[in-house]
Design a protein around this ligand. Sequence first.
Ligand code: CEZ
Length: 792
Amino acid sequence: MIRATDDNEYYELTSPTLLPKASGFLWNEKMMIHMNCRGYAVAQFMQPEPAKYSHAPNLEAKTFMQPEQPYYAHHPGRFVYVKDEESGEIFSAPYEPVRVPTDRYTFAVGKSRIVWRVELKGILIEMSLSLPKEEPMELWRIKVKNLSQKSRKLSIYPYFTVGYMSWMNQSGLYREDLQAIVCSSVTPYQKYQDYDKIKEFSDKTFLIAERAPLAWEVNQEAFEGEGGIMMPSAIQCEELAKGDALYETPTAVMQYRIELEPDEEEGYRFAFGPAQDEEQIARIRGSLFLSQNAAGEDGFTLAEREYDAYIREGKGCIEISTPDRDLDNFVNHWLPRQMYYHGITNRLTTDPQTRNLLQDHMGMSYIKPQTTREAFLLALSQQNASGAMPDGIILHKDAELKYINQVPHTDHCVWLPICLSTYLDETNDYTILEEQVPYADDFKTESVYEHIHRAMHWLMNDRDERGLNFIKQGDWCDPMNMVGYKGKGVSGWLTIATAYAFRVWSEICENSGRTEAAKAFRMAAEETNEAVNKHLWDGDWYARGITDEGVAFGISADREGRIFINPQGWSMLSGAADEEKRARLIRAVEEQLETPYGVEKLAPSYTSMREDVGRVTQKHPGSAENGAVYNHAAAFYIYALYVVGEKDRAYRLLRKMLPGPSLEDIIQRGQLPIFIPNYYRGAYRQFPRTAGRSSHLFNTGTVPWVYRCLIDGLFGVQGTPEGIRIEPQLPSDWKGAIVKRDFRGARLHIEIKREIGVNSAEVYVDGTRLEDGILRDVQSGTEYHVVVKIPE
Ligand code: CEZ
């Protein structure tokens, strides 16, 4: 039902109904498309703000990508209707809109291509989607094959939804000269000042066909008629009516009539996407279909090939072979891809939240560290001289500051040293600290070191008399907006995270020869930890915060929101929790937050508004920050478990981030193991029926933290200023593992194996034992053979 192909290039699902929301996604420099297994699609392109060319059937709200997207009969999608001209039977691929049960069905999600193979009544329909590398458009191949013993007369109707484009102006027609359906619209606006921007928009949607269709329809209502979307009247007629749309909802459907002998097949290719004008559409057509290179390859094939190469650039720096094949597949093939997506697209926003930009680029340290460097320098150039980081980083001169970035959150500074440390571990590029960068509100230029120093001091000062950090309208938890809006409330998590940031910064100072500063920040971390223990320890775990009215929350006295995961994990990172506290809080987490699907963000989930905590309590219990298995928070906790050497607990939770291995688990999650979603439903103890359900949202800060769990924790191959420390933390029931690690231009082939008589890990490099497990002076271009013997 669900399996990786032998070459691990694709992940396949063989039923359209088992996991009806299963999906895959593709992206390029300008767009993203999220395709579900039944043919529904959500696509966005940047101009520079996200925009659509295939819209919902009614006026759509503009919002960031949302979890648990509902699908419905008229949801935007890409489909092929098929009519048997002899029997009159009608069905569709991949499954929607007609929903005729298939004889055979495969939804295959690849890294640079999504393919469906659908067999029905002796006909095979194969649909395949790829993208070019730069341009926002979809490249579709559709193949029809006669699998039956007799010749067949068919009409096939590729159907690309265009939807409700605009209330000001929308229309569409077939252009013979372009061999394309062209739909036009004007993005609605009201201020004349916006006209200059609007007039440059790609407000047209095209469907270019390589082969001239017999007929077409461009009018959604005329197409559906009384038959409706499942059995459109236009398809029941002999030929589509070649209609147009005049301030009517447009659509793009074409008809091809074919006769196929047994085993005979026909192929069609289409390009679907946004354009500014007809000249551009003509150019696109010319380059894709009407010209060839010296090798006889046309633009379409070349674009597919270039795209594949582009996606392959997003390689990680480890390749693993462990007793857990699903983990291997995910880590070797899909996890770096998801990190790369974040680093390249910035989640399709022009003003990513500062913490997101920094963490997404922390992930890029493992793939393209040069990009990380640039992102950090850009972020710091938008810092205020007070040390404060803004809520969003502007990536484009015309970017609009989004709603969430108009809400003051106080955590952005902590991410600077934390994310930078990963970049330094990977590259050892301490020269970044000396790079001169301006401030947003001051003419002076200072080094990156000074910038972060100021950020650390900002955190040190933005505190109350107890030494606890103010939360204002949120911290890492965006919707925790009413704890401190009156100016007094503090964040327990942020205070703990600040202690950790000081600790990390102190190490960076030490490594760059700044001993005094290192000492000062080590002390600052200790003092902060003391304040944390004095004011936030609740007996068995740490409180999440203290409200404007001085009420501690996330404590045992609370009926809902008694325990939050973030303060617990981070207290292990910051060093606030000593061994005894650690044991207690780990037990509390296991008893109250752990579920078969991972560890929940808080529990019990709030069932009604708590006005001194904020809108997080208004989210549906078990969804998102209100007690889901919010994977980003779960990853922090797992990382912390590795840092304190809790390898079995860490792995148990890490494994739960992936659907499976049992079919039952995969069905409950509803998702293929090709990305980690931002959450699985939680509130397991309150609503077990829905617990485990995937949000299907692949935008998440989880992935770089999972990669850190693998590099710094599980496989123990973290960079240091001297070289690389080899210190694996395999779960007890693994006999061994093999890891290929690319590091600063060198390649390490590491074999980890249990051996009788070994008491603690022994590391051998090319036969010689390393006493402290650190391989020094790693030479670029060299291959190292490493053996790690660990106790039986
Ligand atoms: O966004 C994420 C943020 O992008 O939520 C995280 C936060 O750390 C990330 O920076 C935890 O709060 O506004 C909301 O209520 C939502 O919670 C979104 O902000 C949330 C979405 O899941 C993002 O896609």
